[in-house]
Design a protein around this ligand. Structure first.
Ligand SMILES: Nc1ncnc2c1ncn2[C@@H]1O[C@H](COP(=O)(O)OP(=O)(O)OP(=O)(O)O)[C@@H](O)[C@H]1O
Length: 310
């Protein structure tokens, strides 16, 4: 993975004397997919809108580093508020976006046809946006954000409203773009997709940084072990076992959330006799569970750690 394409340093923004984001610093590197995460209202879109120059920060700096000296208007951007020009044919919309970015029109037309085919919209060039479904329109908007081969691509909630097949299409395309060297900043609430796609993540809570690091670092640091046991066991007894923080019951399956300091081989040796085990598995908690833990302030972040990515 390459050098930084975007650096955000000490970003702060207030609305009507209320601080919305505070001291936000991160960078996005060439060829990486970086996630910006956080609960509703955390400040993700505000951060992105400051990067895009839709609003200006009160504090901090935003720097674009590019071999080609790419100005801000050439960034690929899929905004959270979707919207394309009504009554205009899809090909004309895509060519208009390419023109805005000073991209050669013949090249853009070729790319547009390729992408429409890739996204199952072949033959829809002359159709207008209101004749498309919401998901189809989102595909067109996604194509409009990448038609000009941007070095930096910012995607605010790219998966919202997509069916699973379209989600896979978007996921594959985002991965391919990163493999070709595009730096990608992506905000999403779908933690499973973030976990599969992203190299690093930055999590905001109440306008401030909570976690910043590679996916592996974050999982190692924040994802405790959980043990899933299938069998007919009494959850209140399981709760009394050593190193068990809490137990969740799902039918005949008990999920034992273990404390951060558990040593798994030792813990397995001391399982009580009489425990009914039809199946047993040990995993780390998912990014989804880490996120819920942080957002609800339940059992996460025992130490104030900062995982600065290399
Ligand atoms: N133009 C504005 N004027 C006043 N307050 C604003 C404005 N834009 C955003 N806010 C407030 O800033 C906070 C952060 O909003 P933002 O849209 O950045 O959150 P988000 O993390 O993107 O949330 P979501 O996941 O719901 O999209 C919210 O409390 C919101 O009400």
């Amino acid at each position: 993975m390459g050098e930084a394409i975007l650096t955000v340093e000490g970003l702060g923004k207030s609305f009507k004397n209320k601080q919305i984001i505070k001291n936000i610093s991160f960078h996005v590197k060439k060829g990486e997919i970086m996630a910006i995460l956080g609960p509703n209202g955390a400040g993700k879109s505000t951060t992105i809108r400051n990067i895009m120059g839709i609003m200006y920060p009160d504090e901090g700096s935003i720097t674009f580093h590019s071999s080609k000296g790419v100005p801000r208007h050439k960034i690929g951007y899929l905004p959270e508020e979707r919207g394309l020009y009504k009554g205009v044919k899809i090909m004309d919309i895509l060519l208009y976006f390419a023109e805005l970015k000073d991209y050669p029109l013949e090249k853009a037309r070729k790319r547009a046809l390729e992408y429409l085919e890739k996204f199952d919209l072949k033959g829809k060039e002359k159709v207008t946006i209101e004749e498309l479904s919401k998901g189809m329109a989102q595909k067109v908007q996604f194509i409009s954000s990448i038609i000009h081969e941007p070095e930096l691509l910012i995607l605010d909630e790219p998966f919202s409203g997509l069916d699973p097949v379209s989600q896979e299409l978007f996921k594959k395309e985002i991965k391919d773009l990163a493999n070709k060297g595009t730096a990608i900043l992506l905000s999403s609430h779908q933690m499973n997709l973030v976990e599969e796609l992203c190299d690093r993540l930055f999590m905001i809570h109440q306008g401030q940084k909570i976690i910043y690091g590679t996916m592996d670092e974050v999982k190692k640091e924040y994802a405790n072990f959980k043990c899933t046991i299938k069998g007919n066991n009494d959850p209140s007894k399981l709760e009394q076992m050593a190193m068990v923080e809490r137990v969740e019951q799902d039918g005949d399956q008990s999920i034992l959330y273990l404390t951060g300091d558990v040593v798994i081989p030792q813990w397995l040796k001391q399982l009580p006799e009489g425990l009914q085990i039809e199946e047993l598995s040990i995993d780390r908690t998912s990014l989804h569970e880490i996120f819920i833990g942080i957002a609800t302030g339940k059992n996460m972040l025992t130490k104030e750690s900062e995982l600065y990515a290399k």
